[in-house]
Ligand binder design. Sequence first.
Ligand SMILES: [Zn+2]
Ligand SMILES: [Zn+2]
Length: 249
Amino acid sequence: MNQTTSKRNPKWHRDEIILALDLYFKLEPGQIHGRNPAVIELSEVINRLPIFDIRPDAEKFRNPNGVGLKLSNFLAIDPNYHGKGMESFSKLDQAVFYEFNHKREELSRIANTIRQTVSNPQLRLKLYEIQEEPEEELLEFREGRVLYKLHKYKERDSKLVLLKKTQHLKKYGSLDCESCDFNFQVKYGDLGKGYIECHHQVPLYQYEGIQQTRLDDLALVCSNCHRMLHRGMDTLSLEELRKLAFITP
Ligand SMILES: [Zn+2]
Ligand SMILES: [Zn+2]
């Protein structure tokens, strides 16, 4: 059997690149190698990401040397570096580099939130269990896939959802979509009674660390609006969605 072709690890994922780039910006070129403790630590963090459960070559998967090589890819991309880097970078490495080159603080916040998420073993397991729809798998999220899963996990917290609905019912008397005013009970009668979905409105990296979800962070929306909000996750607020759908306030 041909070992070399059957044991290829998957390409680097956006989340992994985000973490690597964040470290790259904190290191001097001479510190980029697999023996640097910061590179070894990053290798451990990346191995804990709930992204790839199939690792054809588990031993080599994102090991310190591999992580060091990925950081050297950024040397080759970085216009401020005039030495030689590793030219074998991907289009995605390059795209993520330029996306955050002048937004390093935001990059750090995203990277830190991903790190905190995977440092909690229970939370990490829960995120492994979050299934994504086929069409969601095609979407790219600025915050990456781990924080998208965390978003889904937070808005599916059944206790919290119940609290939110109860609070909303008390205040407004009905469960209308906060974006398009659709009401499941009005449309479907008893079948739709009490049905509405919850959407977490605040990008998770904007918090300092991982926080308990506040009821105000959640909005009640119908399934259509919820899908659309997720498709435009990085840019779309409830108000903007209303405008798109020509709904006047
Ligand atoms: Zn709606
Ligand atoms: Zn949502």
